[in-house]
Design a protein around this ligand. Sequence first.
Ligand SMILES: [Zn+2]
Length: 281
Amino acid sequence: MKVRFGTAGIPLSCKGGSLEGIQCVRDMGLDAFEFEFVHGAKMGLGLAAECGKTAREAGVSLSAHGPYYVNLISEDAEKARASVERILQTARILSAAGGGRAVFHPGYYGKKGADAAYKEMKKRFREIVEKIAAEKLNAVLAPETTGGAAEFGSLQELISLSREFGTNRVNLTIDFAHVHCREGKGWVKEKKDYAKIFYEVEKRLGKQGVQNFHSHFTGVRFTEKGEKNHLAIDSDSPPFKPLAELLAEQGYAGTIISESPTIEADALAMKRIYEKSSGLR
Ligand SMILES: [Zn+2]
């Protein structure tokens, strides 16, 4: 049981595309890579398969972040349909690369109340889950906890969706910075705050939820409306060290993708802090 550390997309110091990025991540001593399809999932399936082969040989686990332009519960039926397709396209590429978590931001409440939004979201998720099964894709839907009060995706909402479909089909991405700043609270400060997050996950998703979690980490600046911009890990907003200590103490296992502005330097910094906490160093 251990925690993998990786980068959101190609490390800043690496030249080339995703294929080179995966090799580069491995050479640095990291072991996870998240494809960044945030501006469109356009990678060819042949290249995806090559990336998958390289990742397997390098011992690097893969995930994919789908396009930002997604609102599964848009009032506009065409936008909702296009959103389903964007997530499916992310899943197809990821599946060609050997599978993993397909990460995305599910959408916006709009004029809907939280309950109505959840019901509609569940319908959309069912549709995507069925298409993934029909196309025999190897991808787990991994909706990400969101940072803005207007965005669907509280920790509880995403745990509920994961429980509803089973974690082999839907398993949330915990974006710690987003959980920290959602609704402008900035409440994640100590080990007990992280423990609360993992407690909720384990209580409702079981061991599976904390033994194979997928997450994003970065420092974050925020207002009462939510996330403003990303900061380096040493901003301590939220602090990483208490999380590392909790993971080490509890033996939780999973993946932490660095979304810091200094992506790979902070992925490595987090790895070092975690290893120190685990007594691995
Ligand atoms: Zn994201």
